[in-house]
Write a protein that binds this ligand. Structure first.
Ligand SMILES: [Mg+2]
Length: 187
C-alpha cells in the first residue's frame, strides 16, 4: 500500500498571502515595515508584538483557519488522482484543540472523505504520527519538518515552493512549484 502524507496549511490550502501579511493588515501595520521572515513569520512575531497578537488570534479563530482558506491550485485534483491510483491519504496538521472538528470538516468539504486527518497541538511534534504512518511520499512547505521526515523515514519528500523555503536545500527532496508535478513524478 502506497501512503501519501500531506501537511495542510500552505501545502494543500492557502490564504492567498502569508499569515503575517494578513496579520499586519489587521494590526494596521504596513507590510513593508516588517522584516522578511525565514519561516511563517516567526521572527516577525517576536519583533512586532501587535502582529504577533493578531496572528495568535487568527490561529485560534475558526473563521480564519477554516473559513477564510481556499484549496491551492491543483490540490483537489492531486488528492483525487492519488486516491484513484490506490494511495492511502493522510493529512497531519497542527491546530488548537477547538479547531480539530472544524478542520476535519474543512478537509472533507474540499477534498472529500478519502483523507484521514490527524490534528496535533501546535506545541507538539508531528513526527510520532508521521513516523508511525511510514509514508511513501511526504509533502510540506515547512523546511524543518521536511528535513526531519527525510532523516527519519524512507519517504520521498516534496517541498512545496514558497518564499520562506526558497533557500532550503534538503537532500533528495523534490521542489514543486505546482502540486500537479507530484502526479507527474509518482504516476
Ligand atoms: Mg505548512
Amino acid at each position: 500500500m502506497k501512503r501519501a502524507v500531506f501537511d495542510l496549511d500552505h501545502t494543500l490550502i492557502h490564504w492567498g498571502r502569508p499569515f503575517w501579511h494578513i496579520a499586519a493588515d489587521f494590526a494596521d501595520i504596513p507590510v513593508t515595515s516588517l522584516p522578511y521572515p525565514d519561516h511563517y513569520g516567526l521572527d516577525v512575531w517576536d519583533t512586532v508584538p501587535t502582529v504577533k497578537q493578531m496572528m495568535i488570534r487568527m490561529f485560534n479563530s475558526e473563521w480564519f483557519m477554516c473559513q477564510a482558506v481556499k484549496p491551492k491550485i491543483f490540490a483537489p485534483n492531486v488528492i483525487s488522482t492519488l486516491w484513484s491510483a490506490g494511495y492511502e491519504l493522510h493529512i497531519v496538521t497542527a491546530r488548537v484543540k477547538k479547531l480539530k472538528i472544524p478542520t476535519m470538516n474543512l478537509v472533507f468539504r474540499m477534498f472529500g472523505y478519502g483523507v484521514d486527518v490527524h490534528v496535533v497541538e501546535p506545541s507538539e511534534s508531528k513526527m510520532p504520527i508521521i513516523e508511525d504512518l511510514n509514508p511513501t511520499i511526504y509533502v510540506d512547505d515547512n523546511e524543518k519538518d521536511l528535513r526531519v521526515v527525510a532523516a527519519l523515514t524512507d519517504a520521498r519528500v516534496y517541498i512545496v515552493d514558497a518564499p520562506w523555503n526558497r533557500d532550503a536545500s534538503i537532500p533528495h527532496a523534490f521542489r514543486v512549484e505546482w502540486l500537479d508535478q507530484i502526479i507527474q513524478m509518482e504516476l
